[in-house]
Design a protein around this ligand. Structure first.
Ligand code: ZN
Length: 469
C-alpha cells in the first residue's frame, strides 16, 4: 500500500474511539456519567443502525426457529455486525431441540363444514396418519374441565379462556394438552393467547408432563374458539378433524452470541444486556425478539464509541432457543453463573413506547426488602436521565426468561418495560413483521438500554452490594 494512503488510515484508526479509547483510564464521577449519557442519548436518537439491522434481519434472514439454517445465519450475521464495531465476540455452543411444524390443517365437520386457521403449538407431537377426528368438548377454565372430566375421553378438548394476563392465560397453552391427556382426550386446542384478535392464530410452546401420553395440540383463533363455545353452550356438539405434521428431530448445535467491552477498573464485575436471537417459525420475529436484539447490539456499539471503556465489563448476550427450550439461558448460566454479575438486563417485549424498567430482585428473609429499597434508590439517578424519553418507570415484576436463571440466583434483573398494547395482538403470529415497528420508538429504546447499561457499568456503587446472596 502506498505510504500516502497508509498514514491517513493509521490516523483514522487512532482517532476511532472504539480502538483508541481503551487506553485512557481514570476515576469515575457523576459528571462523567452525565456527559456520557448525553452523548449516548444524542447518538441513539439520531442513528438508524438498529433499524437497518432489523430490516436486514427480518427481510434477508427472516424467522429463525431453533434447528433451522436461518437461526444460524442470524447468529453469524450478529457476530459479524458486532465485530465490525470493534467489540470482542465469542460464539458459545448450545444444544437446542429441532422441532419441525410440518403441514397443518383443522377442519370443522359439524354443524357446518369449513377450514379453521390454526397454528400447532410449539413442540407438539403430530397427529396419527389421517388426523385426529372427534367431537369437541369446550371448557372455559381448569375448574370446568374437572367438572366435565368424564366427557373428555375420546374427545378434542378446547380451552376457550379469556386473556387476563399473559402469565395467567398462557398456562392453558403450556399445560392444557397434558391435563386433557390425563382424562383420555385425543387432542387439545387452545384459544390463542391474546387480548385482541383479527382472526390470527398464535403459536407458542407447550410442555408435556412426564407421566401422561403426549397428545397433539394447536391454537385456534379467538373468533373460532368463541364460535365453538357458543355452539356448545346451545347444546350443539362441534365435530372437528385436526391434522398436524409436526416432528421432533432430537437436538442440534446452536450458539449464544456473547460480546463484551472489558471493564477498565473492575473487569470481573459484569453487566449483561440480553435478548433472544431465535424466534418462532411464523412472521419475521420482528418484535419477538428481533427488536430486542438490535437494541442491545446498538447499545453496546454506542458505548464502544465513548472515549473510554466503562469501569465494569459490559456484555451483550444474544441467547439462542428462548422460545422452545430456554437452552441458551441455561447454557449461559452454566458457563458464567459463577461470575460476579452486577445486573442482568433484558429486552423481550417488542419496541413500543419505553416506560422504564421492571425490576426483579430475589432472595429470602428480611434482607430482601432492604436490598430492594437500596436498588430502587440506586436506580433513581438513571430514571432521571430517562425523563426526556418518558421512561422513568420502575416497577417490581418479572424481568425476562433468558436472564431467569441468573435472577433466580439473586442477580438484580431488569426487564425493559414497554407499552405492550401493540405487542400481544401479533405475538407469535404471522403478523409479527417489521412494518409493526416504529423506527422512532426503536431509537428511544436503544437510548434507554444504552444509558441504563452504561450507568450500571460505570457508577461507583452497585444495585446489590456484595453481589448475589
Ligand atoms: Zn421473546
Amino acid at each position: 500500500m502506498p505510504r500516502r494512503l497508509l498514514i491517513p488510515l493509521l490516523v483514522l484508526a487512532l482517532a476511532s474511539p472504539a480502538l483508541a479509547g481503551r487506553r485512557k483510564a481514570g476515576p469515575t464521577s457523576p459528571e462523567r456519567i452525565d456527559q456520557a449519557s448525553v452523548q449516548l442519548m444524542g447518538r441513539a436518537l439520531t442513528s438508524d443502525r438498529a433499524w437497518e439491522d432489523l430490516v436486514f434481519l427480518c427481510d434477508r434472514i427472516g424467522n429463525r426457529l431453533s434447528g433451522t439454517p436461518s437461526l444460524e445465519r442470524a447468529i453469524a450475521w450478529a457476530k459479524e455486525r458486532l465485530e465490525e464495531a470493534g467489540v470482542a465476540v465469542a460464539l458459545e455452543p448450545v444444544s437446542v431441540p429441532k422441532w419441525v411444524r410440518g403441514a397443518e390443517r383443522a377442519t370443522l365437520l359439524a354443524p357446518v363444514e369449513r377450514d379453521l386457521p390454526i397454528l400447532g403449538l410449539g413442540m407438539t407431537v403430530g397427529t396419527p396418519p389421517g388426523g385426529a377426528e372427534a367431537e369437541v368438548l369446550v371448557v372455559g377454565s381448569w375448574e370446568e374441565l374437572e367438572a366435565k372430566a368424564e366427557q373428555a375421553r375420546g374427545r378434542i378438548v378446547l380451552y376457550d379462556v379469556p386473556f387476563t394476563t399473559y402469565k395467567e392465560t398462557v398456562a392453558y397453552r403450556s399445560r392444557g394438552a397434558s391435563e386433557a391427556s390425563k382424562l383420555g382426550a385425543v387432542a387439545a386446542l387452545v384459544r390463542s393467547v391474546t387480548p385482541q384478535s383479527l382472526s390470527t392464530p398464535h403459536t407458542g410452546a407447550l410442555r408435556y408432563a412426564d407421566d401422561v401420553p403426549p397428545i397433539p395440540a394447536a391454537a385456534l383463533t379467538v373468533e373460532d374458539a368463541a364460535t365453538l363455545h357458543r355452539l356448545s353452550d346451545r347444546g350443539v356438539v362441534p365435530r372437528l378433524r385436526l391434522e398436524l405434521g409436526a416432528q421432533h428431530h432430537g437436538e442440534v448445535g446452536s450458539f449464544n452470541v456473547v460480546a463484551q467491552i472489558t471493564g477498565r477498573e473492575a473487569p470481573q464485575e459484569v453487566v449483561v444486556m440480553g435478548c433472544h436471537i431465535d424466534s418462532w417459525d411464523v412472521g419475521q420475529g420482528a418484535q419477538d425478539d428481533g427488536a430486542g436484539c438490535v437494541m442491545v447490539m446498538e447499545a453496546i456499539r454506542l458505548i464502544a464509541e465513548l472515549p473510554w471503556a466503562p469501569r465494569r465489563t459490559l456484555r451483550v448476550v444474544l441467547f439462542t432457543n428462548e422460545e422452545n427450550g430456554l437452552a441458551g439461558g441455561h447454557a449461559y448460566h452454566a458457563a458464567h453463573g459463577t461470575e460476579d454479575h452486577v445486573a442482568a438486563l433484558e429486552a423481550d417485549t417488542g419496541a413500543g413506547q419505553p416506560l422504564g424498567w421492571r425490576m426483579d430482585l430475589r432472595g429470602e428473609g428480611e434482607g430482601v426488602d432492604a436490598a430492594r429499597a437500596l436498588a430502587r434508590a440506586r436506580m433513581a439517578p438513571i430514571q432521571e436521565k430517562l425523563t426526556a424519553l418518558g421512561a422513568t418507570g420502575l416497577r417490581e415484576s418479572y424481568a425476562g426468561a433468558d436472564i431467569g436463571p441468573l435472577v433466580a440466583g439473586g442477580v438484580p434483573g431488569l426487564g425493559l418495560d414497554f407499552d405492550t398494547t401493540g405487542y400481544w395482538p401479533i405475538h407469535h403470529t404471522d403478523a409479527d413483521t417489521i412494518d409493526k415497528i416504529d423506527p422512532a420508538m426503536l431509537r428511544k429504546n436503544v437510548a434507554v438500554m444504552a444509558i441504563t447499561a452504561f450507568t450500571l457499568a460505570e457508577m461507583e456503587g452497585r444495585l446489590r452490594p456484595g453481589g448475589a446472596p
